[in-house]
Write a protein that binds this ligand. Structure first.
Ligand SMILES: O=C(O)CCC(=O)C(=O)O
Length: 275
């Protein structure tokens, strides 16, 4: 089966500007998310907005990489020439339309319950020459394999691409439906990269302005960037409030906290506020 377009796994939704999804679109979006484990929302941002984020991201990454004692926020992943960077809750990364986009908030409330919390603010950059990552899940089933059946979604990552995502520059590869796989005891110890060879995958090749929401259990990996530019996305993780985990790096500067409206403060209620 050849499933290489995002539409194949995520025929999904369209968001325009600040408008909310109407009932029919919200329901189609949620169905796609439940069925495939992810959904693409197009036109969530305009190109100028993404260009601003990209310029700030590139500056920050350059600063971090040239820090005299090395950067604590930038780490290599298992792919070569591929890194993750923990993001600071500062403008423009902490702007309300980034951390609490109204359409994303609409979908998250329906998937995770209205009291969901942000627990991690990360990003991924595949530099030219990057290689495949191992196929992985960002989180396993909440009850391990003991329960034997999948649970509803408990965690979601929002990916905001800061450039067009293409076959050439290493768009993320996903295994639609794999969020519902509960490992059989016979598979304990089997690598997902080996298991995934037998299953159909899709790449999310999406233009600037589109975003992806993905169940943390969905099998996925970064792929080789054969272009001459860095392929970058923000990755903001939200979870059900009762899970209680948060990245120690997620801290809110007081200035950011004061600038946020109360509904955004609620989303970040699990993170300490720094003076
Ligand atoms: O960069 C990508 O396309 C995927 C990154 C990723 O899945 C990870 O590092 O956990």
């Amino acid at each position: 089966m050849n499933v290489t377009t995002p539409e194949a796994s995520s025929p999904g939704a369209e968001a325009h500007g600040e408008g909310l999804l109407d009932d029919a679109r919200l329901s189609a979006t949620l169905r796609t998310f439940r069925d495939s484990g992810m959904v693409i929302i197009r036109n969530a941002y305009d190109a100028d907005r993404i260009a601003t984020l990209r310029a700030s991201y590139d500056d920050l990454l350059a600063q971090e990489r040239s820090a005299p004692n090395g950067s604590r926020s930038v780490q290599p992943t298992d792919g070569q020439n591929h890194i993750q960077m923990q993001m600071p809750l500062l403008p423009p990364f902490a702007d309300v339309d980034v951390v609490a986009h109204p359409v994303v908030a609409q979908v998250l409330a329906a998937v995770l319950g209205t009291d969901y919390r942000c627990c991690l603010y990360n990003s991924n950059t595949a530099f030219p020459g990057s290689t495949h990552q191992q196929v992985h899940r960002d989180a396993g089933p909440v009850f391990g394999s003991g329960l034997g059946v999948p649970t509803p979604t408990t965690g979601v990552v929002l990916n905001i691409p800061l450039c067009d995502f293409t076959e050439e520059n290493g768009s993320t590869e996903v295994w639609p439906g794999s969020h519902l796989i509960v490992d059989h005891p016979d598979d304990a110890g089997a690598e997902l990269t080996d298991r995934a060879r037998a299953l159909a995958s899709a790449r999310f090749n999406i233009p600037v302005g589109a975003i992806a929401l993905r169940d943390l259990r969905l099998w996925h990996r970064g792929t080789p960037n054969q272009s001459d530019g860095a392929r970058t996305m923000l990755a903001i993780v939200y979870q059900r409030s009762w899970l209680g985990w948060r990245s120690p790096a997620l801290r809110v500067p007081a200035k950011t906290w004061r600038a946020w409206p109360s509904h955004v403060q609620t989303v970040f209620a699990a993170a300490p506020v720094d003076d």
